[in-house]
Design a protein around this ligand. Structure first.
Ligand code: TXA
Ligand code: MG
Length: 338
């Protein structure tokens, strides 16, 4: 993996200190970072992304050494999870320390923390010293960027510095675990499987609990290409694609295999049957298919196996993207733990 020069890191750190935004690579997806202790800087993230105010952000740290500045009453199970999976693609939702800004937590009493492993993210965080609040570096509701050029395509000149760390190794966003109250709850599946989490944490509940504020990342308008997407069974792919072609319509296919016959008006991607490779390529494939001028993206149904949970989750969210999201209600959610 690529490392940045000292000069690049210095420029990025100066930008962060000046309250500007810096896009940087992580092992999951690219993040759009601001100094998490500067409310004016953090607000710029919302403006640039077009993200509704009130959606909480993840605070990135270089290690757990300053965790106590951001979180309090960290339960033993969270410490075990941190010891096992940090640095890495896991985010923990914990009770926030008193000084953590409302603009970062969405006014909640909890804060999401992640220690990324990407060497360039590590370089940046260590040189900066503080916490970097960062969502994925895409426009609100779009597919997350897994390459520096995706960030440039999405955000253009709005972000002065984009650190280029090459392709993100994992390709889907981190696993989010809420563990503020000592129970572990999976809020967003990622590359770490449920079995791996259970091996460390024991019992794990799944999904936000009934009384919780909605996790905006789990809302339906996320992770979506513009072309409508549909999940179909593998043995129906050629017939369905052929049906579009017969009407003179071009169709995109994201499959686990090659096509069994030649299709005239199709952009067919064989993403393969390996879940990690599939996740790594997923967002780049969706971008490619979205640009192919098709009326529909047909996605082959995924194997029913926990190693596919993260990509299944993202594809499910991409389908239901047309359901509009109500604005996040700060007042009614304040103080409610997810
Ligand atoms: O892999 C990742 O997690 C990437 C990289 C850049 O670190 N970041 C990312 O950020 O995916 P974002 O903002 O796109 O998604 C963060 C998710 C959102 O769903 C947000 O609602 C949730 O984290 N979140 C943040 N703080 C929370 C809190 N206090 N309680 C519950 N969910 C929270
Ligand atoms: Mg995002």
């Amino acid at each position: 993996m690529v490392r940045a020069t000292q000069r690049e890191i210095q420029a990025a750190v100066e930008a962060l200190r000046a309250g500007d935004l810096v896009a940087f690579p992580t092992e999951t997806v690219y993040g759009l970072g601001a100094n998490a202790s500067n409310p004016v800087a953090v607000r710029k993230i919302f403006a640039v992304k077009g993200r509704p105010a009130g959606h909480p952000l993840i605070v990135h740290l270089d290690s757990i050494r300053y965790l106590h500045r951001w979180a309090r009453d960290v339960p033993a199970v969270a410490e075990k999870l941190a010891a096992r999976f940090w640095p890495g693609p896991m985010t923990l939702v914990l009770h926030k320390a008193p000084n953590v800004l409302d603009v970062v937590t969405g006014g909640q009493q909890t804060v999401a923390i992640r220690v990324p492993s990407h060497p360039m993210a590590q370089q940046l965080l260590t040189a900066f010293g503080g916490g970097i609040a960062a969502p994925s570096a895409n426009r609100y509701g779009h597919v997350s960027p897994t390459r520096a050029e995706h960030v440039r395509d999405e955000l253009g000149d709005a972000v002065k510095i984009v650190l280029d760390g090459g392709e993100c190794q994992i390709g889907v966003e981190s696993t989010i675990l809420a563990c503020a109250d000592g129970h572990v709850r999976l809020l967003r599946p990622g590359s770490i499987t449920l079995s791996q989490i259970r091996a460390v944490a024991g019992d794990v509940m799944i999904g936000p609990d009934a009384g919780a504020p909605r996790v905006p990342g789990s809302s339906t308008s996320h992770y979506a290409p513009v072309t409508p997407l549909e999940i179909v069974q593998g043995d129906a792919l050629e017939a369905l694609a052929g049906g579009f072609n017969d009407r003179g319509e071009r169709v995109a296919v994201l499959a686990l295999r090659l096509p069994l016959k030649t299709l005239k008006l199709a952009t067919w991607i064989n993403a393969g049957r390996r879940p990690q490779q599939y996740a790594h390529d997923l967002y780049a494939h969706l971008r490619t298919l979205d640009k192919a001028g098709c009326v529909k993206i047909l996605v082959q149904e995924l194997p029913d196996d926990e190693r596919w949970d993260a990509v299944r989750d993202r594809l499910q969210k991409a389908i239901t993207r047309t359901v509009l999201e109500a604005p996040f209600d700060l007042a009614s959610s304040a103080g409610v733990l997810p």
